[in-house]
Unconditional design. Sequence first.
Length: 250
Amino acid sequence: MTGSVFELKNVRVTFRTNAIEARSLKYSLASWLGRKPRTSYAALSGVTMSVAPGERLGVIGRNGAGKSTLLRVLARVIVPQHGHVAVDTARRIVPLLDLGVGFHPDLSGAENCVLAGSLLGLSPARITARLDDIVRFAGIDGFIHEPVKHYSSGMYARLAFALAFDVEPDVLLIDEVFGVGDEFFMDKCRARVQALSSGGVTSVFVSHNLDFLQAECNRLVWLDRGRLVMDGEPAVVAGNYRERRGVFED
């Protein structure tokens, strides 16, 4: 590492399609006709980039461009088949990839905070001491001791957000989660992200909301079909994406 939080060099991630489909009559007929369907595809292909401490990076691209795969590589959920990934493991990395990961439906909100918090490296005593603040931010007073299987999707999401933001992260990885919850709560989340960013927290956002990313990020990365198309100033990258995405999506 050279002072970066993340460094990727020529990273390639390939996924296989359904093996059962590859043995189907349709597949056999297509092969006989010389039009064999592909059985794998590259979610990321030759991606080289780095993320500096304190940077607010936005990742854009159409559906299937490789944005979420990139975030999962940074979170070390996915190990690429090719290339090199270096992560500064001295920093506390909090991924908001799938809201409520680590929650058990039969446990209460409070019990799930302790469970999920432990996965993020926090002690039960630390979570218990901060529980009132977490509940206040989530806005679910009166329900924190109820099983989360009885929560609405909004309540579930708000509790997951509140817990993640209370962890005091060094790095936030956020995958298209600002589209959930009511407008008032999302405003609170954006304000918290801004406060964390001003305090030096490194953030990587995946979103289709270009206006949000231009306002909150100091750099954008554009992916298409797993390849890095552009990396630079938010206004420049977003402008080019708006003008040229129809060409890339044909």
